[in-house]
Ligand binder design. Structure first.
Ligand SMILES: Cc1ncc(COP(=O)(O)O)c(C=O)c1O
Length: 406
């Protein structure tokens, strides 16, 4: 049977992971500065995470949401403690898109309204409702276009106010730092005004923390820096360090009702064991502090590289923006220097989303690799603009060696 061919693939087959590295089938080692799209929070194959999953699998991997599962409460209590976000209720599911779908549904149930406001460059997932509020027309099927969704410019309080005043808005949803969109963050004033406008007009404010949450920015949730209290917070990616788990946090004024939400797999025993272990490791190993410290170093080093025009993001959610498109830089980093990095819809931006226990030393090897790649690209550029290089590839190679020696 063939695989449904929707992913363009690199010709690399990782078979093992350890900390901030993955290894292919020939034992070749890759530095993971991407965490498989911001998923690896506590590092590959962390021993206590592995032990927690193994032990749970040997006891009870799964039973349905129609029985008592004390692990869900343990996860909720730990999440409250580690995140510092108090008095919300937790509903567990299995992915980021599912978390956002449930958040939209709760907002619509709670307000009795049906229109959702989202922002330029937003990415909220690929299922029906959330792809409708994602700023990428090419991934919307005709079936997805029936939702009432309005796109506004990010950071534009005035147009948000005008839309909300129309009275039919159920929810406003944003990523505090846009991930797929290219690491843009609005001003604190925008987030605060949005929170106030939502409160005044009985609109649910949804913070999509699927990518930016779980310590990635150095705070547990990225919104915490802006001093707001969203009505609903959505989470996934780093929550299970690779085990599929997502969730939403709902504020106390939102009333749950039997049957309002539901899922077969969400909150199962194995997922909870993974989620609890991730929170324990984040706390015990002080990974949020580490994210802040390492981030400072990365930003300072990046600022020394003239080709990097802008440094975006916070903690270990970092975007390095060049004044050229980074596709070949990324490819060379991966194939010549074995460093995984990410792209975004901003083609000039290199996305860095490593495990949160990464160290300065790992980044030293990244910076040494990136400097080599940039130097090579510069030599290529000079060499190909020389008249001597117009011959065969051997003469071009000769010329490059000459430039390198000079
Ligand atoms: C901010 C944000 N929200 C939602 C999603 C969707 O998550 P998932 O791929 O787990 O459905 C993503 C995935 O990249 C994301 O970055």
């Amino acid at each position: 049977m063939e695989l449904f061919d929707v992913y363009p693939l690199y010709d690399i087959t990782p078979v093992k992971g350890e900390g901030c590295y993955v290894f292919d089938e020939n034992g070749k080692k890759y530095l993971d500065l991407y965490g498989g799209h911001a998923v690896i929070s506590v590092g590959h194959a962390h021993p206590s995470y592995v032990k927690a999953i193994q032990e749970q699998a040997s006891q009870l991997g799964f039973y349905s949401n129609s029985i008592k599962n004390p692990l869900q409460q343990e996860l909720a209590d730990k999440l409250e403690k580690v995140s510092g976000v108090q008095d919300y209720a937790l509903f567990l599911c299995s992915s980021g898109a599912e978390a956002n779908e449930n958040a939209l549904k709760v907002a619509s149930f709670h307000t009795g309204k049906d229109r959702v406001i989202y922002f330029e460059n937003a990415f909220h997932g690929r299922t029906s409702g959330v792809v409708a509020i994602t700023d990428n027309e090419s991934i919307k099927a005709p079936f997805n276009l029936g939702h009432k969704a309005t796109k506004l410019a990010f950071n534009d309080t005035e147009s948000l106010k005008n839309e909300i005043k129309k009275g039919d808005v159920a929810a406003v949803i944003f990523e505090i730092i846009q991930g797929v969109g290219g690491l843009d963050e609005a001003d604190s004033d925008f987030y605060r005004s949005a929170a106030e406008l939502c409160k005044e007009n009985q609109v649910m404010l949804i913070a999509d923390e699927v990518q930016s949450g779980y310590g990635r920015t150095g705070d547990f949730f990225a919104f915490q820096k802006h001093g707001i209290r969203p009505d609903i917070i959505t989470m996934a990616k780093g929550m299970g360090n690779g085990f599929p788990i997502g969730g939403i946090l709902t504020d106390t004024n939102i009333q749950a009702k039997y049957g309002m939400l539901g899922t077969t797999f969400g909150g199962n025993h194995l997922a909870c064991a993974a989620g609890i272990s991730v929170l324990d490791i984040i706390q015990q190993e002080k990974l949020m502090e580490n994210a802040r410290e390492v981030s400072e170093y990365v930003k300072a080093e990046a600022a020394k590289i003239p080709d990097i025009k802008k440094i975006k993001g916070r903690g270990l959610m970092i975007g390095l923006e060049f004044d050229f498109e980074i596709a070949s830089l990324r490819k060379e980093l991966l194939l010549e220097h074995q460093v995984f990095t990410g792209a975004s819809s901003n083609r000039k931006l290199l996305r860095i989303l490593p495990p949160l226990n990464i160290t300065r030393e790992h980044f030293e090897s990244f910076f040494s690799a990136i400097k080599k790649v940039l130097k090579n690209q510069q030599i290529d550029k000079i060499a190909s603009s020389c008249p001597e290089a117009s011959g065969d590839s051997a003469s071009l190679q000769n010329l490059k060696s000459k430039i390198l020696r000079s």
